[in-house]
Structures are given as C-alpha cells and as structure tokens.
Design a protein around this ligand. Structure first.
Ligand code: ATP
Length: 369
C-alpha cells in the first residue's frame, strides 16, 4: 500500500525568516532504508529543511511525518532520530565508549545491553580497540566515525547527516563516503544527507533531491539526475557539461534540425516531445560523450574547431575546443588517458585544428521557449 513504508514525509513545508522564504512549499517522501541527499548551492535551504525534520526548526506551513506520525509539535528528543553534523562535538573528557554510550545512558538502557550495542556500533564503524581513548587521541576520520557510532547506537528511525565530512581532506572524505554508504546499507537505516558537493551526492545516494532557492527542482536517482537533468540549473550543477542555445529550423519524423545561435552551424537533435520551427532551445552535451578527431559521419553532429586549452588531470585530459561561434563557450571534451583512447588525441596541442562530434541522441534538451 502506498505510503506504508514511508519513513519521512514532508508536505508543503515552508519556512520564512522575516520576509525571506528559506524553504518554499517542499513536498517529499522518503522510503524506509533509502539514502537520500539534499544537494544544492549555499543558501538553497538544505540545512533548514533537515533541521525541520530534526525538530531544531519549525515550519511556518506544512506537515512533517516520521513513520506516519505527524511530528510538527514533537520535540527533537522524541523523534527518534540520529544526527551527525560537520562540527560533531564529542565530549572531550569522556572516553570513546562513554561518548558512544551517551544516548543509551540518557535513555536508562540496562548496562549489559548498552555495552552490547556500543560494541556493535564500534564494530560497524571500525573503531575496535579505541574504546578507552579520549577524542583528542583520535584522528579526524576516527572522530567522525565516533560521531556516526553515537548517532546509530540508539537505533534511530532516521539518520540525519549535515555535511558530516566537510572538515576532512579529499582523500579521507572519499574513503568515509564509501564507509558511510556501506554502513547505511548494512544497518538499513533511512538516511538524509546534506551536501553541496555533487560528487558526494552521486556517490552516496539512492536518490538525490536537488534544491535551488528554497525549492526542490528535481528528485531522481544519481543516473537520472545526471543523464536527464530537468533544467539548465541541474545540468550545470551536476557534473561538467557543455550548453548550447539553438533555434529549431526543421522538424520531421526522424530528427529535429536546429541552428546554433548566432551562426549558420546546424545540428540534429533527437525527436520526442514537441518542437516547432522558430523555437529557441537550450541543450547540453556531456564532455565524455564528445568524440575528438575521428568522428563518424552517420548519426553524429560534427564540427570543426580549434583547441584553445588542454587540462591534464592524470586519468583524464580535458580539451577545450572552440568551434568559432560568437558567445558559445569552447566545448569541453573529456578523453580518458588509456592507450586505446589516446590514439586520436595524443600530441594534440593548443592551436591545432580538430573535428569534434557527438551522437545526436546524446544531446539533452533542457528548456524550450
Ligand atoms: P549551506 O550549504 O550554505 O549551509 P543551505 O542550503 O543549507 O546552505 P540554509 O542553511 O538552509 O542553506 O539557509 C537557507 C537560507 O535561509 C539562507 O539564505 C540563510 O541565510 C537563511 N537563514 C538560515 N537560518 C536563518 C536564520 N536563523 N535567520 C535568518 N535567515 C536564516
């Protein structure tokens, strides 16, 4: 039955600070066991939404349900949630075991079962052997694991994480992302994760909720969000992309012809949806879908261009290719640096003339006027 397994449901949630609308009519349902991230630029309302689920802020309008129960007026400590924030203040004078056990002792959990639950949480977060240390005797990553262990030890219905990895360096952060994901799967706990880092959201989530200016602009799996962004905003925010503005000049059953703005260059677009001659459209093509050098003629959009910039990043090289259309930023073309793929691009330098192209069904249509 629909709604039966929903752990968190928001309907029409709105939060104002004075005249400022921080969260604007947000509707969202999160299923049991899901890992969902709130992703968006700074100030878009992610943290405010999370804090309302936590009971640290209260909505001006709308309703919040946890496991089917309306919690609008329920205080944080009665919502049965676990929380981890970027500044995961551990109690400095308590040992790791005492820190993790804190929530259980507040609930007057009997000593033996508390000890067992703490041991389990420490095993899940790879903290065995650290029980008697103080927080100051741990690394940043280990301290973050203690904060996680402390949040899950009470077996909350929902785990809320607000940029929990923000203070860690890139390598540790990536390692912790994988650990959090594995832990979440193992425990099966419904988790909401706030981040402004799109890679983090792609790595961690079953579904991503993309927010902008207090509203949800798209909800989908990482693949859906990446491959079928609903707008230029989402397309730009998730991964690197090339955007093009074009005007439709012809429509038939197999393809749509369009002209890149301010030029006579034509491209083909996939059909589907309605198009009309004269319509302006915004398009996006991902850098990994653009071929460089040997571009097939059939089913591909092909353009001649000049390499304007080359960025080598180890596993990948990014070639910036200018196709000479005023106002159109150079195309970014991503080439994996494997022997096989390098064939066409080895030795290419700034100033070289080159053909680029992409299969026309790899063009994403974002907005139409
Ligand atoms: P960030 O990634 O920077 O944390 P965010 O998406 O989490 O951003 P929120 O913290 O939810 O953003 O804030 C949303 C908006 O509401 C921001 O413009 C912020 O300045 C504003 N805001 C948040 N808390 C308050 C407050 N207590 N009083 C006034 N304005 C607030």
């Amino acid at each position: 039955m629909e709604g039966l397994h929903r752990d968190v449901e928001l309907t029409g949630i709105t939060k104002r600070y004075g005249d400022f609308l921080a969260v604007n009519h947000v509707d969202l349902a999160i299923e049991r066991g899901e890992m969902v991230s709130f992703l968006g630029p700074s100030g878009c309302g992610k943290t405010t939404t999370l804090r309302m689920i936590a009971g640290l802020e209260f909505p001006d309008e709308g309703e919040i349900f946890i496991r089917g129960k309306r919690v609008n007026a329920v205080p944080t400590y009665k919502r049965n949630i676990g929380m981890v924030f970027q500044n995961y203040a551990l109690f400095p004078h308590m040992t790791i075991r005492q820190n993790i056990a804190f929530g259980l002792s507040m609930r007057k959990e009997p000593r033996a079962s508390a000890a067992r639950k703490v041991d389990e949480a420490m095993a899940l977060t790879h903290l065995e052997g650290m029980a008697d240390r103080l927080p100051s005797q741990l690394s940043g990553g280990q301290r973050q694991r203690v904060a996680l262990a402390r949040a899950i030890v009470t077996r909350p219905n929902v785990l809320l994480l607000d940029e929990p990895l923000g203070a860690l360096d890139k390598k540790l952060r990536e390692q912790m992302q994988i650990e959090i994901r594995m832990l979440q799967r193992e425990v099966g706990i419904t988790t909401i994760f706030v981040t402004h880092d799109q890679e983090e959201a792609l790595t961690l989530s079953d579904r991503i909720v993309v927010m902008n200016a207090g509203q949800i602009v798209q909800v989908g799996t990482p693949e859906e969000i990446y491959k079928r962004p609903a707008s230029s905003f989402v397309s730009d925010f998730i991964g690197l992309t090339n955007t093009i503005t074009a005007g439709v000049i012809g429509v038939n059953e197999t393809a749509v012809r369009a002209q890149i703005a301010d030029s006579t260059l034509e491209l083909l677009l996939p059909t589907g949806g309605s198009f009309a001659v004269g319509q302006q459209i915004n398009l996006s093509v991902r850098p990994e879908n653009i071929a460089l050098g040997d571009v097939p003629t059939d089913g591909y959009n092909r353009f001649g261009g000049t390499i304007s910039h080359v960025v080598y990043t180890g596993a990948l090289t990014y070639f910036h290719v200018d196709i000479g259309v005023p106002g159109n930023r150079p195309f970014v073309v991503m080439v994996p640096n494997t022997d096989l793929k390098l064939k066409g691009s080895a030795g290419l330098e700034v100033g070289d003339k080159i053909t680029i192209g992409w299969r026309y069904d790899n063009t994403q249509i974002l907005e139409k006027d």
